[in-house]
Design a protein around this ligand. Structure first.
Ligand SMILES: C[S@@+](CC[C@H](N)C(=O)[O-])C[C@H]1O[C@@H](n2cnc3c(N)ncnc32)[C@H](O)[C@@H]1O
Length: 311
């Protein structure tokens, strides 16, 4: 066969992915990039208060913290909330996606750097704290990102990694077991793209393997006791599943099933849901100290609560 008559075999269409990893903001939820910006905002609004409690109790946001580096800051949904909660804190927001980072609100204490999280153009030991929120689940190899976080932290500085785990996503009542295969398909699609929706269970081991000391983890929860059911739409509605139709993972019938069950859930005045997240934290050890000293728990003491019989 001459080169002129050669016809290549049909290749399945693979949508070009702008960045490595499983996060593709234009195809994460219905509505493309615009829809994803709204989803990130809803996600932050839902649980930021609980996440802040976890960060405080893990000793990540100490009163004397001056600089926090937020790796994978996205559109700044959490960046701006951190700035509001800690007016004295300088936040160095880092993301490799300029289309998302363009939405981070700038001010005198918020700097934005477009960079991969493994090669951040900031000096060694320049951060009191590093935050990675819903980033590592999308990264094919978290180890180099954690190594970069360790480089950025001053000795004694704390890292916080906030994540989910598909095996422990929460509870709902009523619950629809017939939707389980849809969520399994979402997790599998993320895994094939290099991500990991089961990462929550691995966080503390990842931090120890990366060289962090004083590793601890706190779960946090968002429930319909504090938020209206509509606040959970970005998580429980069919929008997250819609892009999986275009990529051939799900059918329109699957998405219609998810939409039907979500509509039943939101119409039930007695419906209840709790979504769980996990924050793991660790300390950058001081290389000049004896390794055993670095494992001393440095979390701040929490004053005991006075019960009714307490003096
Ligand atoms: C699910 S979004 C979370 C955004 C933000 N942390 C939040 O909670 O709203 C994941 C973010 O990680 C960023 N990201 C993923 N891999 C990255 C990498 N290797 N370097 C820098 N940013 C990365 C993405 O661009 C995206 O903004």
């Amino acid at each position: 066969m001459s080169p002129d008559t050669y016809v290549p075999a049909a290749q399945p269409y693979v949508r070009p992915r702008p960045k490595p990893g499983s996060y593709d903001p234009a195809h994460t939820t219905a509505g493309g990039l615009h829809g994803e910006l709204a989803r990130l905002e809803a996600q932050a609004a839902l649980s930021f208060d609980e996440e802040l409690d976890a960060l405080r109790s893990l000793g990540v946001l100490r009163p004397d913290a001056r600089v926090l580096v937020e790796l994978g800051a996205g559109s700044g949904a959490v960046t701006q909330r951190l700035r509001a909660a800690y007016p004295g804190l300088r936040v160095e927001a880092v993301d490799h996606d300029p289309a998302l980072a363009a939405h981070i609100p700038r001010d005198a204490k918020t700097a934005v750097t477009i960079s991969d999280a493994t090669r951040v153009p900031l000096p060694d030991r320049s951060a009191d704290a590093v935050l990675l929120r819903y980033v590592l689940q999308h990264v094919p190899d978290p180890a180099p990102v954690l190594a970069e976080a360790l480089r950025l932290l001053r000795p004694g500085g704390r890292i916080a990694v906030t994540e989910v785990d598909a095996g422990c996503w929460g509870m709902a009542d009523p619950i629809y077991p017939e939707l389980a295969y849809l969520h399994a398909a979402l997790g599998e699609a993320q895994r094939r793209a290099g991500g990991d929706r089961d990462i929550g269970r691995r966080l503390t081991r990842m931090l120890r393997a990366a060289g962090f000391a004083d590793v601890a983890m706190r779960p946090f929860a968002a429930t319909t006791d504090r938020h209206p059911v509509e606040a959970f739409a970005a998580h429980l509605g069919p929008q997250r599943l819609e892009p999986l139709v275009a990529s051939g993972v799900l059918t329109l019938r699957d998405v219609a099933l998810a939409a039907d069950r979500w509509n039943r859930f939101r119409a039930d005045p007695d419906a209840w849901v709790m979504l769980l997240g996990f924050t793991a934290a660790g300390t950058a050890p001081d290389p000049s100290r004896d390794p055993s000293e670095n494992t001393v728990n440095t979390l701040p003491d929490i004053p005991p609560t006075k019960g009714p019989d307490a003096p």
